[in-house]
Design a protein. Structure first.
Length: 159
């Protein structure tokens, strides 16, 4: 099992990691993706859009089966662009889901030098710009662990 521990006992991101988003939008469009929503996300985003939770779920979300549970993800257009992506960028940028805000500091990405380098093939902002400290990265990882992802047992009973 890869715990992210390096030979010295350090984790891969102990010395911080460089990342600066250049707003290329690659992570928001072109390819299929899943942006899972937490309880906090589906409070903040509908409030920002000035619509109710049920309308938000119906207009902008879909359900996906993840093994034994169903989760809610932001919907995509037929070309796989996120429904909130526009030429001017993310239309809900201020309240975008934690999954988007915390990228690329995901556990699966900062797990090792290899996983970080592999992800950087898809994100030109990685290994550029500001150095993000180990503490900052740990905080993103903690927020991800603590978020309450919406999980539904069929039949769907959210909304
Ligand atoms: S792929 Fe990376 S650089 Fe491009 S928009 Fe996404 S986070 Fe920013
Ligand atoms: S919600 Fe915004 S940041 Fe997240 S994938 Fe969609 S357009 Fe990109």
């Amino acid at each position: 099992m890869n715990t992210g521990q390096q030979g010295s006992g350090k984790v891969f991101h102990s010395d911080g990691l460089r990342f600066e988003c250049n707003r290329c939008s690659h992570c928001c469009r072109h390819d299929p993706g899943l942006v899972f929503l937490s309880e906090e996300d589906i409070i903040r985003i509908p409030r920002y859009l000035r619509i109710g939770r049920a309308e938000f779920l119906a207009r902008y979300c879909r359900h996906v089966d993840i093994g034994t549970v169903r989760r809610i993800t932001i919907d995509e257009r037929p070309n796989y662009d996120c429904v909130f992506w526009s030429e001017s960028g993310c239309e809900i940028y201020e309240v975008r889901p934690l999954q988007c805000r915390s990228y690329p500091f995901w556990a699966s990405v900062v797990d090792s030098a290899e996983s970080w380098q592999a992800e950087s093939e898809h994100c030109p902002g990685m290994n550029t710009g500001a150095l993000h400290s180990s503490d900052e990265i740990d905080d993103w990882l903690l927020q991800a662990r603590q978020r309450r992802l919406i999980e539904l047992d069929p039949p769907y009973r959210g909304g």
